[in-house]
Design a protein around this ligand. Structure first.
Ligand code: PMP
Length: 428
């Protein structure tokens, strides 16, 4: 048995399910999770010393590859000056200036320590600013695990949501309306009915938590129009897409300006960081300027800021995102070609440095279609690739990520592994 297997057994004694975040437990694909020991560039090494080409990248932050020497050096330099002060540092101002420069819809920004905190705080601010309680989100989007956001759709478009987890009060879930992603007509109908009661729409501008699903033309534009018409706040949850789809996020890529933006992942370069920000008029309602309360003992932590700032500096290099997107295109084109050779139906989606593969012959644009894909084939593909040294997200409902350190050789090796795996699946 592998060391990962033993470590997983040991982990389960005192950690629920042996993991500190559920998707890591491999429940979606079966088998023992891989325990990692170290990582460098596009590679991650497990507890048994096996090396994988990694397409998870800590779920998005490692856009420069793992253990980038310049990021590590920036962290080391800060370390000797102390880990945390709970008081302002100059680094936080540098970070805020940089974020507002890179994401033009943001006039002001507040740092937090996770994506969940970022979306939860943006939501409170939108409610506080509008004086309204209801919110709209979309089926298949994930915005972290704040109570208002762990809500699934009710039985019809205009019914209010039901908790998707025990512990979320029904009274709160009722304030969340969950609509179909990429269905602007349903959004318009809902607002025509109760638009004046809706504080905000929160959306992943490219969905990355039901696999990777870009917005259809007109969807984000429509959300912007509807929010303008009804005085609701448009929140882009760019925790995943920020600095991933383009330097200015999905909003720059699609040319839509939200009122508020939630950030995470890349902005911390692998450290626990999130941020939310947007229009000055809304952000100035935040404590201590305004009455909407939000706070954090470790917010703006100097070590995390150092890692994040160095990451933002390096991804600002000219041509960075063209290179990243080209890598994704090579990977997606290659996967489709190899699946076709084996006679396996496969489609792909991509946006900048993120991608999704679907075991279906349909182009996938919403949650219903994503859940209708062939899950057995996905599981077989995941395990076949894992065996051959390629680490993909252990769930059919997560996007994949490429780093700037994934070279043509790594992608070619991935495609060779995929060709063998598809052939094995076809022969079953
Ligand atoms: N929003 C989106 C779009 C995410 O993808 C995630 C995490 N995958 C979150 C919010 C929550 O971030 P965190 O896990 O850092 O709390």
């Amino acid at each position: 048995m592998s060391r990962s297997h033993d470590l997983f057994a040991a982990a389960q004694r005192h950690i629920p399910g042996g993991v500190n975040s559920p998707v890591r437990a491999f429940r979606g694909v079966g088998g023992d999770p891989v325990f990692f020991e170290s990582a460098s560039g596009p590679h991650a090494i497990d507890a048994d010393g096996k090396c994988y080409i990694d397409y998870v990248g800590s779920w998005g932050p490692m856009i420069l590859g793992h253990a980038h020497p310049e990021v590590l050096a920036a962290v080391r330099e800060r370390l000797d000056k102390g880990l945390s002060f709970g008081a302002p540092t100059e680094l936080e101002t540098v970070m805020a200036d940089k974020v507002c420069e890179l994401v033009p819809s943001m006039d002001m920004v507040r740092m937090v320590s996770s994506g969940t905190e970022a979306t939860m705080s943006a939501l409170r601010l939108a409610r506080g600013y509008t004086g309204r309680d209801k919110i709209v989100k979309f089926e298949g989007c994930y915005h972290g695990h704040a109570d208002s956001l762990l809500v699934k759709a009710g039985s019809g478009a205009l019914t209010f949501g039901e908790p998707s987890s025990p512990g979320v009060p029904a009274a709160l879930a009722e304030l969340t309306i969950t609509l179909r992603y990429n269905d602007i007509d349903q959004v318009r109908e809902t607002f025509a009915e109760i638009g004046s009661e809706i504080a905000c729409i929160i959306v992943e501008p490219v969905a990355g938590n039901m696999n990777c699903i870009p917005p259809v033309p007109g969807f984000l534009e429509g959300l912007r129009e509807v929010c303008d018409q009804y005085g609701s706040v448009l929140i882009f949850d760019e925790v995943m897409t920020g600095f991933r789809v383009a330097l200015g996020g999905a909003q720059a890529h699609f040319g839509i300006k939200p009122d508020l933006t939630a950030l995470g992942k890349v902005i911390g370069g692998g450290m626990p960081v999130g941020a939310f920000g947007g229009k000055q008029e809304i952000m100035s309602r935040l404590s201590p300027l305004g009455p909407v309360y939000q706070a954090g003992t470790l917010s703006g932590n100097p070590i995390a800021m150092a890692a994040g700032l160095k990451t933002l500096e390096l991804i600002s290099a000219p041509g960075f995102y063209d290179q990243l997107a080209a890598k994704v295109t090579t990977l997606m084109t290659g996967l489709k070609e190899r699946a076709a050779v084996a006679g396996i139906a496969l489609t792909t989606n991509q946006a900048g440095g993120m991608f999704g593969i679907f075991f279906t012959d349909q182009q996938v644009t919403n949650y219903e279609q994503a859940t209708a894909c062939n899950q057995d084939q996905f599981k077989a593909f995941f395990h076949g690739m894992l065996e051959r040294g390629v680490y993909l997200a252990p769930s059919a409902f997560e996007a994949g990520f490429v780093s700037i350190m994934h070279t043509d050789e790594h992608i070619q090796a991935t495609l060779d592994a995929a060709a063998d795996t598809f052939a094995a699946i076809a022969a079953r």
